[in-house]
Structure formats: structure tokens, C-alpha cells
Design a protein around this ligand. Structure first.
Ligand SMILES: Nc1nc2c(ncn2[C@@H]2O[C@H](COP(=O)(O)OP(=O)(O)OP(=O)(O)O)[C@@H](O)[C@H]2O)c(=O)[nH]1
Length: 317
């Protein structure tokens, strides 16, 4: 891959991405405001907040409303899906987070329970150092797990249970955003200390600062793809991979060389994967049947392959 990178460095790619006149307001479903209201209502039962976010976008797309409404409790940021993120830029990320007053950060991979054992000792320490207000007499600890959709909140709870209770699933996991709808189920994750977790539905910010942040959230699967459009997501992904010099896609789809033209890339992907469709074309001299690339299917494969980590580890921020 190093050789590929050196060979391809000379190629020129776009330096900025043009989003056109996209309307991002419709990307954010209304039911999410209800989730935040229910979290606030339960805050007095809680000793500490674990905010889960995707390690590929550690700086983008965290919901500022969490801090505004739930910020009085001790806070741990779990950057999950570390197996998919390029962590060679770790130092820069941690510096930026410290600058934003985010002091407690753990990177995890909940599919392999990696680093998950670090969570309970750290939150125990944070709770013991805090004023527990009306919960100062309570012997058990209660943690609220929050985050935008699909970042792995339920997976973290299941992983904690595997690590500390040797028990399996208590929280439903899904590949699509918005799986956790039944609000605030209380789940035990450890006996010593007695620790319970409130699972919550994913809540996106109703005000995303830029369309680019919205696009990064979409690539990480926190917004339903069809609301954003797979065509533009695929193009933004190509732009990012080229900019970050992550050229695994060239080999994977046998493209020969990197390319910054999404139409061209999707055409080749469609042909390689045999994702073509027959269409009828009307001409002046009669109808003809033509086989054309299925661009949507190719875009879907490109995005899904990235999400699985098969295009390499990438840091989108
Ligand atoms: N590669 C990788 N995938 C993960 C990891 N943790 C969770 N996932 C996957 O991410 C997807 C979402 O996980 P969930 O645990 O359902 O996420 P959630 O935040 O509870 O989702 P909502 O209920 O939509 O808010 C599932 O397909 C998980 O298998 C991880 O550490 N690495």
C-alpha cells in the first residue's frame, strides 16, 4: 500500500468539495427531540454520563445539546469503533478535545471488547470525586449512556456486561440508526461496584453547524442514507479517501489508478460487481434495449465497504 501511495501522490485531486444547495434540515427526524426530553427528566437518577461517539469523527457531530442539558454530571467520552479509525492522528485529536474541555476519553472496539475494561474504573473514579447531590446515599451507581444514533451505545452496554458479568446481550444492536427507541431501560453491567446503565435512543443535534459535518455523520451511518442521498455520500467519500491518500479502493475495485471523478469510479465498480441493469431507450427509429451501470447499487457498495473498514482505517476529521 505504501508503494501505491507514493505512486499516486502525484495525482491531483479536488481540494474542496462542493455540496450544492442542499437542505440539511430534513435529515433530522423529529422524534429525537422527545428522546432528549426524557433523558433530562431522568437526570436526577444518574451519577455519570457516558457519551459514545464514532472514533472516525471524534471532533464532528457530537450533539451540543447534551452538554447544555446534561452537562452538570461527570462525563466520559467513549470514542467507539476504534477498529475503523486511523488513530495515527490520535495526539492531534486528544489535544483538540482537551481544548474543548473534554478531559476523559477512552477509545473502544465493542466488537472485540477492546479497552472496554477501562470504562468502569474510570467512571467509578469520576463518581467518587463528584458531588452526587440527592444520590449521595445510594449504594449503586447509575450511568446514562448517550450519543448520536448508531455509534454503538447498545454494543457498549453488551460489551460491559460480557466483561463484568460474563453475560450476553441485554440491549438490541442494529446496523441502522434509530434502533433503540424504547427509552431508558435500566440494565445492570457490573456487581462490584453495583453499576446500572440507562440506555437511551440516539439523539442528533437539530442544528448541525455545516453540511460537511452532516455528510461525515451520514458516512458513519448516523443518518438514514436515503435522506442524504447515496450519490453525494459516495462522492464525498471518494473526495475524502483521495484527500487522505487512502487508496485501498483502487486495488479493491481494480481501478488501476486513483480517480476523483465519482461517475467514472461508480461505473467501474458497477461493471466489476456486475451491477448493471437493462433499460429500454427510445430512439427515432424504434426502441432498443441497453445495459447500463447501476450507479446506485455501486454507490451503496462503496459506502458499505467503507463502513465495514474494508477501505482501510480512516479519520474523517
Ligand atoms: N466495527 C465496529 N462496529 C461496531 C462497534 N460497536 C458497534 N458496532 C456496530 O455498529 C452498529 C450500531 O451499534 P448499536 O450498538 O446498535 O448502536 P446504537 O448507538 O445503540 O444505535 P441507536 O439505537 O441507533 O442509537 C451495529 O451494527 C454494531 O455491530 C465497534 O466497536 N466496531
Amino acid at each position: 500500500m505504501k508503494v501505491l501511495r507514493v505512486l499516486f501522490q502525484a495525482a491531483t485531486f479536488r481540494e474542496t468539495f462542493h455540496f450544492g444547495n442542499r437542505e440539511i434540515a430534513k435529515w433530522f427526524p423529529g422524534h429525537m427531540a422527545k428522546g432528549l426530553k426524557q433523558m433530562k427528566a431522568n437526570l436526577k437518577e444518574v451519577d455519570c454520563i457516558i457519551e459514545v461517539h464514532d472514533a472516525r469523527i471524534p471532533l464532528s457531530g457530537r450533539n451540543p445539546l447534551f452538554h447544555e442539558h446534561l452537562g452538570i454530571k461527570p462525563h466520559l467520552l467513549v470514542l467507539n469503533k476504534m477498529d475503523l479509525a486511523d488513530l495515527t492522528e490520535n495526539e492531534r485529536i486528544l489535544r483538540r478535545l482537551t481544548h474543548q474541555h473534554v478531559k476523559n476519553v477512552i477509545f473502544t472496539d465493542c466488537t472485540k471488547d477492546e479497552n472496554v475494561r477501562k470504562v468502569v474504573p474510570l467512571i467509578t473514579e469520576l463518581i467518587q470525586a463528584s458531588d452526587r447531590y440527592q444520590r449521595s446515599e445510594a449504594l449503586d451507581y447509575c450511568i446514562m449512556v448517550i450519543g448520536v444514533p448508531n455509534v454503538g451505545k447498545s454494543s457498549l452496554i453488551n460489551s460491559l456486561r460480557r466483561c463484568h458479568l460474563k453475560k450476553g446481550k441485554a440491549s438490541r444492536v442494529g446496523g441502522e440508526p434509530g434502533i433503540t427507541r424504547a427509552v431508558l431501560s435500566k440494565i445492570q453491567v457490573s456487581e462490584r461496584p453495583p453499576l446500572f446503565i440507562l440506555d437511551t435512543p440516539g439523539v442528533l443535534s437539530p442544528r448541525i453547524a455545516t453540511i460537511e459535518i452532516g455528510m461525515k455523520l451520514a458516512l458513519c451511518g448516523t443518518i438514514l442514507d436515503y435522506l442524504v442521498g447515496e450519490d453525494i455520500m459516495a462522492d464525498y467519500l471518494l473526495y475524502t479517501l483521495n484527500m487522505k491518500q487512502k487508496f485501498s479502493y483502487v486495488e479493491r475495485y481494480e481501478l488501476g489508478e486513483p480517480c476523483d471523478d465519482i461517475e467514472n469510479v461508480l461505473k467501474k465498480i458497477a461493471i466489476k460487481l456486475k451491477k448493471t441493469q437493462k433499460v429500454k431507450a427510445f430512439t427515432g427509429v424504434g426502441d432498443i434495449n441497453m445495459t447500463v451501470p447501476n450507479y446506485s447499487a455501486a454507490a451503496y457498495d462503496f459506502i458499505r465497504t467503507f463502513r465495514k473498514g474494508d477501505l482501510g482505517k480512516v479519520m474523517l476529521d
